[in-house]
Write a protein that binds this ligand. Structure first.
Ligand SMILES: [Zn+2]
Ligand SMILES: [Zn+2]
Length: 342
Protein backbone atom coordinates (compact mmCIF):
# COMPACT_ATOMS: atom_id res chain seq x y z
CA UNK A 1 0.00 0.00 0.00
CA UNK A 2 1.38 3.42 -0.89
CA UNK A 3 1.12 6.14 1.72
CA UNK A 4 -1.72 8.60 1.07
CA UNK A 5 -0.46 12.01 -0.08
CA UNK A 6 -1.14 14.74 2.53
CA UNK A 7 -3.19 16.54 -0.11
CA UNK A 8 -5.80 13.80 0.40
CA UNK A 9 -6.00 14.12 4.19
CA UNK A 10 -5.19 17.77 4.99
CA UNK A 11 -7.54 20.61 4.09
CA UNK A 12 -7.15 24.38 3.99
CA UNK A 13 -10.30 25.75 5.59
CA UNK A 14 -11.24 29.30 6.61
CA UNK A 15 -10.30 28.34 10.19
CA UNK A 16 -6.86 27.17 9.07
CA UNK A 17 -5.03 23.95 8.26
CA UNK A 18 -7.23 20.95 9.12
CA UNK A 19 -6.03 17.38 9.56
CA UNK A 20 -9.10 15.36 8.58
CA UNK A 21 -8.27 11.91 10.09
CA UNK A 22 -7.12 13.63 13.33
CA UNK A 23 -10.09 15.98 13.60
CA UNK A 24 -7.90 18.95 14.57
CA UNK A 25 -6.49 22.23 13.25
CA UNK A 26 -2.89 23.37 13.54
CA UNK A 27 -2.67 27.02 14.74
CA UNK A 28 -6.31 27.76 13.84
CA UNK A 29 -7.17 31.36 13.08
CA UNK A 30 -10.45 31.20 15.00
CA UNK A 31 -11.87 29.19 17.88
CA UNK A 32 -12.26 25.48 17.06
CA UNK A 33 -13.04 22.25 18.94
CA UNK A 34 -9.55 20.79 18.77
CA UNK A 35 -6.27 22.59 18.10
CA UNK A 36 -2.57 21.77 18.06
CA UNK A 37 -0.58 24.97 18.70
CA UNK A 38 3.01 25.54 17.57
CA UNK A 39 3.85 28.50 19.84
CA UNK A 40 2.50 31.30 21.97
CA UNK A 41 2.52 34.31 19.59
CA UNK A 42 -0.99 35.66 19.37
CA UNK A 43 -1.50 35.03 15.66
CA UNK A 44 -0.89 31.30 16.25
CA UNK A 45 -2.26 30.84 19.76
CA UNK A 46 -5.81 32.15 19.90
CA UNK A 47 -8.44 31.95 22.60
CA UNK A 48 -11.53 29.81 22.82
CA UNK A 49 -10.52 26.36 21.56
CA UNK A 50 -12.21 23.35 23.15
CA UNK A 51 -9.01 21.31 23.41
CA UNK A 52 -5.40 22.40 22.96
CA UNK A 53 -2.34 20.22 22.48
CA UNK A 54 1.02 22.01 22.81
CA UNK A 55 4.24 21.96 24.80
CA UNK A 56 3.98 22.72 28.52
CA UNK A 57 5.75 26.04 27.90
CA UNK A 58 3.32 27.07 25.16
CA UNK A 59 0.35 26.14 27.37
CA UNK A 60 1.83 28.29 30.15
CA UNK A 61 2.34 31.21 27.76
CA UNK A 62 -1.23 30.87 26.50
CA UNK A 63 -2.63 30.78 30.05
CA UNK A 64 -0.64 33.90 30.88
CA UNK A 65 -1.74 35.83 27.79
CA UNK A 66 -5.28 34.60 27.25
CA UNK A 67 -6.37 33.83 30.81
CA UNK A 68 -6.99 30.42 32.29
CA UNK A 69 -9.95 29.23 30.10
CA UNK A 70 -11.18 26.70 32.66
CA UNK A 71 -13.40 24.77 30.23
CA UNK A 72 -10.53 24.01 27.89
CA UNK A 73 -8.96 20.56 27.77
CA UNK A 74 -5.18 21.00 27.82
CA UNK A 75 -2.93 18.28 26.50
CA UNK A 76 0.75 18.94 27.16
CA UNK A 77 3.14 17.07 24.90
CA UNK A 78 6.90 17.02 25.44
CA UNK A 79 9.28 17.29 22.49
CA UNK A 80 9.54 13.87 20.84
CA UNK A 81 6.60 12.34 22.70
CA UNK A 82 4.01 10.71 20.41
CA UNK A 83 0.25 11.10 20.90
CA UNK A 84 -2.46 9.28 19.03
CA UNK A 85 -5.21 11.69 17.90
CA UNK A 86 -8.00 10.06 15.96
CA UNK A 87 -6.31 8.06 13.23
CA UNK A 88 -3.03 10.00 13.21
CA UNK A 89 0.06 10.24 15.35
CA UNK A 90 1.22 13.67 16.50
CA UNK A 91 4.60 14.67 17.90
CA UNK A 92 6.26 18.02 18.59
CA UNK A 93 9.85 18.97 17.71
CA UNK A 94 11.81 22.14 18.58
CA UNK A 95 11.39 25.05 16.16
CA UNK A 96 14.01 27.38 17.70
CA UNK A 97 11.63 30.36 17.52
CA UNK A 98 10.62 31.20 21.12
CA UNK A 99 10.33 29.29 24.40
CA UNK A 100 8.26 26.14 23.85
CA UNK A 101 7.95 26.63 20.09
CA UNK A 102 7.40 23.41 18.18
CA UNK A 103 7.06 21.96 14.75
CA UNK A 104 4.11 19.58 14.51
CA UNK A 105 4.79 16.21 12.87
CA UNK A 106 1.60 14.44 11.77
CA UNK A 107 1.85 10.86 10.52
CA UNK A 108 -1.00 9.13 8.76
CA UNK A 109 -0.60 5.66 7.26
CA UNK A 110 3.08 6.15 6.57
CA UNK A 111 2.70 9.68 5.20
CA UNK A 112 4.45 12.49 7.13
CA UNK A 113 3.68 16.19 7.23
CA UNK A 114 5.58 18.73 9.34
CA UNK A 115 3.95 22.08 10.15
CA UNK A 116 6.81 24.26 11.30
CA UNK A 117 4.89 27.27 12.63
CA UNK A 118 7.50 30.01 12.87
CA UNK A 119 11.12 28.94 13.12
CA UNK A 120 14.72 30.04 12.96
CA UNK A 121 18.02 28.22 12.59
CA UNK A 122 20.35 30.44 14.65
CA UNK A 123 21.38 29.54 18.17
CA UNK A 124 19.19 31.24 20.75
CA UNK A 125 20.12 31.00 24.45
CA UNK A 126 16.44 31.13 25.44
CA UNK A 127 14.96 28.18 23.55
CA UNK A 128 15.74 24.72 22.20
CA UNK A 129 17.35 24.71 18.73
CA UNK A 130 15.44 23.75 15.57
CA UNK A 131 15.58 20.04 14.77
CA UNK A 132 15.12 19.04 11.11
CA UNK A 133 12.49 16.30 10.84
CA UNK A 134 12.27 14.24 7.65
CA UNK A 135 8.87 14.41 6.02
CA UNK A 136 6.90 14.19 2.77
CA UNK A 137 5.42 17.68 3.03
CA UNK A 138 7.06 20.54 4.91
CA UNK A 139 4.74 23.43 5.77
CA UNK A 140 6.67 26.67 6.17
CA UNK A 141 6.17 30.36 6.75
CA UNK A 142 7.84 32.89 4.45
CA UNK A 143 8.05 36.03 6.59
CA UNK A 144 11.50 36.81 5.17
CA UNK A 145 11.01 35.00 1.87
CA UNK A 146 12.92 37.45 -0.29
CA UNK A 147 16.60 37.28 -1.24
CA UNK A 148 17.20 40.75 0.28
CA UNK A 149 16.57 39.27 3.72
CA UNK A 150 19.83 37.88 4.99
CA UNK A 151 20.15 38.39 8.70
CA UNK A 152 23.59 39.34 10.02
CA UNK A 153 25.16 37.54 12.99
CA UNK A 154 23.20 38.53 16.10
CA UNK A 155 26.43 38.77 18.13
CA UNK A 156 27.57 41.53 15.77
CA UNK A 157 24.31 43.41 16.32
CA UNK A 158 24.70 43.14 20.11
CA UNK A 159 28.32 44.34 19.76
CA UNK A 160 26.98 47.44 17.95
CA UNK A 161 24.70 48.13 20.89
CA UNK A 162 27.49 47.69 23.43
CA UNK A 163 29.86 49.87 21.37
CA UNK A 164 27.25 52.62 21.38
CA UNK A 165 26.77 52.27 25.16
CA UNK A 166 30.52 52.74 25.63
CA UNK A 167 30.58 55.67 23.22
CA UNK A 168 27.74 57.53 24.98
CA UNK A 169 28.15 56.86 28.72
CA UNK A 170 25.89 59.81 29.61
CA UNK A 171 22.99 58.52 27.58
CA UNK A 172 20.54 55.70 28.17
CA UNK A 173 19.95 53.07 25.46
CA UNK A 174 16.31 52.09 25.12
CA UNK A 175 15.76 48.99 22.98
CA UNK A 176 12.36 48.18 21.47
CA UNK A 177 11.60 44.47 21.81
CA UNK A 178 8.42 42.40 21.68
CA UNK A 179 7.50 40.77 24.95
CA UNK A 180 7.50 37.11 23.91
CA UNK A 181 10.84 35.90 22.63
CA UNK A 182 12.71 38.98 21.49
CA UNK A 183 12.99 40.54 24.95
CA UNK A 184 14.46 37.41 26.51
CA UNK A 185 16.71 36.69 23.55
CA UNK A 186 18.23 40.19 23.62
CA UNK A 187 18.83 39.79 27.36
CA UNK A 188 20.42 36.37 26.75
CA UNK A 189 22.64 37.76 23.99
CA UNK A 190 23.72 40.66 26.20
CA UNK A 191 24.62 38.24 29.00
CA UNK A 192 26.53 36.02 26.54
CA UNK A 193 28.44 39.12 25.39
CA UNK A 194 29.53 39.73 28.98
CA UNK A 195 27.06 42.45 30.03
CA UNK A 196 26.61 41.56 33.70
CA UNK A 197 25.20 44.87 34.91
CA UNK A 198 21.48 45.21 35.65
CA UNK A 199 19.17 45.30 32.63
CA UNK A 200 16.08 47.43 33.06
CA UNK A 201 12.74 46.41 31.58
CA UNK A 202 9.44 48.20 31.07
CA UNK A 203 6.71 46.73 33.27
CA UNK A 204 4.90 45.22 30.28
CA UNK A 205 7.87 42.92 29.63
CA UNK A 206 8.43 41.64 33.15
CA UNK A 207 5.74 38.94 33.47
CA UNK A 208 6.91 37.08 30.36
CA UNK A 209 10.51 37.34 31.56
CA UNK A 210 9.39 35.82 34.87
CA UNK A 211 7.67 33.00 32.98
CA UNK A 212 10.89 32.27 31.08
CA UNK A 213 12.80 32.16 34.37
CA UNK A 214 10.21 29.76 35.84
CA UNK A 215 11.03 27.50 32.89
CA UNK A 216 14.73 27.56 33.58
CA UNK A 217 15.94 30.42 31.35
CA UNK A 218 18.35 32.53 33.39
CA UNK A 219 18.15 36.25 32.59
CA UNK A 220 20.38 37.68 35.34
CA UNK A 221 19.77 40.94 37.20
CA UNK A 222 16.58 42.32 35.68
CA UNK A 223 14.94 45.40 37.20
CA UNK A 224 11.75 47.35 36.52
CA UNK A 225 12.49 50.51 34.52
CA UNK A 226 10.44 52.93 36.54
CA UNK A 227 12.20 56.24 36.14
CA UNK A 228 11.29 59.51 37.78
CA UNK A 229 9.62 60.62 40.98
CA UNK A 230 8.57 57.30 42.52
CA UNK A 231 11.05 55.02 40.82
CA UNK A 232 14.76 54.76 40.19
CA UNK A 233 16.72 58.08 40.10
CA UNK A 234 17.12 59.20 36.50
CA UNK A 235 20.92 59.26 36.72
CA UNK A 236 21.04 55.54 37.41
CA UNK A 237 19.97 54.93 33.81
CA UNK A 238 22.95 56.79 32.36
CA UNK A 239 25.14 54.30 30.53
CA UNK A 240 22.43 51.70 31.05
CA UNK A 241 20.26 49.49 28.85
CA UNK A 242 16.47 49.60 29.06
CA UNK A 243 14.19 47.21 27.18
CA UNK A 244 10.68 48.34 26.31
CA UNK A 245 7.79 47.46 23.98
CA UNK A 246 8.23 49.06 20.53
CA UNK A 247 5.11 51.19 21.08
CA UNK A 248 6.71 53.21 23.89
CA UNK A 249 10.32 53.71 22.75
CA UNK A 250 9.64 57.07 21.13
CA UNK A 251 6.83 58.32 23.34
CA UNK A 252 6.58 60.19 26.62
CA UNK A 253 7.60 57.13 28.62
CA UNK A 254 11.03 56.97 27.00
CA UNK A 255 11.56 60.72 27.32
CA UNK A 256 11.71 60.34 31.09
CA UNK A 257 14.99 58.50 30.57
CA UNK A 258 18.24 60.48 30.29
CA UNK A 259 18.86 61.45 26.63
CA UNK A 260 17.71 58.07 25.25
CA UNK A 261 19.34 56.44 22.22
CA UNK A 262 16.37 54.76 20.56
CA UNK A 263 17.19 51.22 19.36
CA UNK A 264 14.96 48.51 17.94
CA UNK A 265 15.63 44.75 17.63
CA UNK A 266 13.77 43.21 14.70
CA UNK A 267 14.41 41.42 11.41
CA UNK A 268 12.62 44.33 9.74
CA UNK A 269 15.44 46.67 10.76
CA UNK A 270 17.11 45.38 7.60
CA UNK A 271 14.79 47.81 5.85
CA UNK A 272 16.31 51.21 6.60
CA UNK A 273 13.13 53.05 5.80
CA UNK A 274 11.29 51.17 8.54
CA UNK A 275 13.90 52.15 11.08
CA UNK A 276 13.81 55.79 10.00
CA UNK A 277 10.01 55.96 10.01
CA UNK A 278 9.94 54.46 13.49
CA UNK A 279 12.35 57.08 14.83
CA UNK A 280 14.98 54.42 15.46
CA UNK A 281 18.51 55.77 15.81
CA UNK A 282 20.24 52.42 16.21
CA UNK A 283 18.55 49.56 14.29
CA UNK A 284 19.52 46.03 15.42
CA UNK A 285 18.79 43.32 12.87
CA UNK A 286 17.84 40.49 15.23
CA UNK A 287 15.15 38.17 13.94
CA UNK A 288 13.33 35.15 15.32
CA UNK A 289 12.55 33.91 11.81
CA UNK A 290 14.61 32.07 9.23
CA UNK A 291 16.15 34.35 6.62
CA UNK A 292 16.16 33.61 2.89
CA UNK A 293 19.17 31.27 2.98
CA UNK A 294 17.90 29.47 6.07
CA UNK A 295 14.48 28.87 4.53
CA UNK A 296 16.06 27.19 1.51
CA UNK A 297 18.63 25.34 3.64
CA UNK A 298 15.81 23.99 5.79
CA UNK A 299 14.01 22.56 2.76
CA UNK A 300 17.16 20.61 1.96
CA UNK A 301 17.60 19.51 5.58
CA UNK A 302 14.11 18.06 6.00
CA UNK A 303 14.30 16.25 2.68
CA UNK A 304 10.66 16.87 1.79
CA UNK A 305 9.90 16.71 -1.93
CA UNK A 306 7.05 19.13 -1.37
CA UNK A 307 6.82 22.53 0.36
CA UNK A 308 3.61 24.24 1.39
CA UNK A 309 3.90 27.94 2.26
CA UNK A 310 1.43 29.32 4.80
CA UNK A 311 2.03 33.08 4.78
CA UNK A 312 4.56 35.80 4.08
CA UNK A 313 6.41 36.42 0.81
CA UNK A 314 5.20 33.27 -0.94
CA UNK A 315 5.91 34.21 -4.55
CA UNK A 316 9.68 34.48 -4.45
CA UNK A 317 10.06 31.50 -2.16
CA UNK A 318 7.81 29.32 -4.30
CA UNK A 319 9.85 30.24 -7.33
CA UNK A 320 13.17 29.51 -5.61
CA UNK A 321 11.89 26.20 -4.21
CA UNK A 322 10.62 25.12 -7.63
CA UNK A 323 13.95 26.03 -9.20
CA UNK A 324 15.63 23.71 -6.68
CA UNK A 325 13.37 20.83 -7.68
CA UNK A 326 10.71 21.04 -4.97
CA UNK A 327 7.01 20.97 -5.62
CA UNK A 328 5.84 24.20 -3.99
CA UNK A 329 2.37 25.38 -3.16
CA UNK A 330 1.07 28.59 -1.55
CA UNK A 331 -1.69 27.98 0.99
CA UNK A 332 -2.42 31.71 1.27
CA UNK A 333 -3.65 31.46 4.85
CA UNK A 334 -4.91 34.86 5.91
CA UNK A 335 -4.59 35.95 9.52
CA UNK A 336 -1.01 35.22 10.50
CA UNK A 337 0.81 38.42 10.97
CA UNK A 338 3.74 39.73 12.74
CA UNK A 339 2.92 39.80 16.42
CA UNK A 340 6.38 38.60 17.37
CA UNK A 341 8.05 41.59 15.78
CA UNK A 342 9.95 39.09 13.65
ZN1 LIG B 1 5.90 33.59 16.04
ZN1 LIG C 1 3.81 33.95 13.10
Amino acid sequence: MTAPHPETWVEVRPQGLYVVPGGFYVDPLRAVDRAVITHGHSDHARAGHGAVMATTETLAIMAHRLGEQPDQVKQPLAYGEVARVGEVEVSLHPAGHVLGSAQVLVEYRGSRMVVSGDYKRRADPTCAPFVPVRCDVFVTEATFGLPVFRHPDDRGEIAKLLDSVRLFPERCHVVGVYSLGKAQRVIGLLRAAGWDRPIYAHGALLPMCALYEEHGVRLGDLRPATAGAKGIPKDEFRGGIVLAPPSVIVDRWARRLPDPVVCMASGWMRVRQRARQGGVELPLVISDHADWDELLQTFDDVGAPEIWITHGREEALMHAASARGYRARALALVGYEDEGGS
